[in-house]
Design a protein. Structure first.
Length: 104
């Protein structure tokens, strides 16, 4: 059974290799993302301007992954995003960006 995101908790999900990957924007996950990608508010601004890079999108997803399938690599996550198209990742990205701005 595929995991289901808990929307009350601010979770989202993306499909990777036929499995759902739950993305949970915890404090620790967002701190790790910020350390790699820079200030989160700037990330949100770039996304709003259509300037978010694929590398940043995958990086945010990678740091927010929760109970990922065993063997999942960041490269595989990136390939899944590319295979599905950035448009397919946009709903999950929107949830995470909303959580960054609004909190729970």
């Amino acid at each position: 059974m595929s995991p289901v995101p808990n929307h009350v908790r601010g979770e989202a999900a993306v499909r990777v290799a036929g499995e759902m990957l739950v993305l949970r924007p915890t404090f620790a996950a967002l701190v790790a993302a910020e350390q790699e990608l820079g200030p989160l508010f700037a990330l949100v601004e770039r996304a709003a301007e259509g300037l978010l890079r694929l590398e940043e999108l995958v990086g945010l997803f990678w740091h927010c992954r929760h109970e990922a399938p065993s063997g999942l690599t960041r490269e595989a996550l990136g390939e899944a995003v590319v295979a599905a198209g950035v448009r397919a990742a946009t709903p999950a990205l929107k949830v995470l960006l909303t959580q960054i701005l609004a909190g729970r």
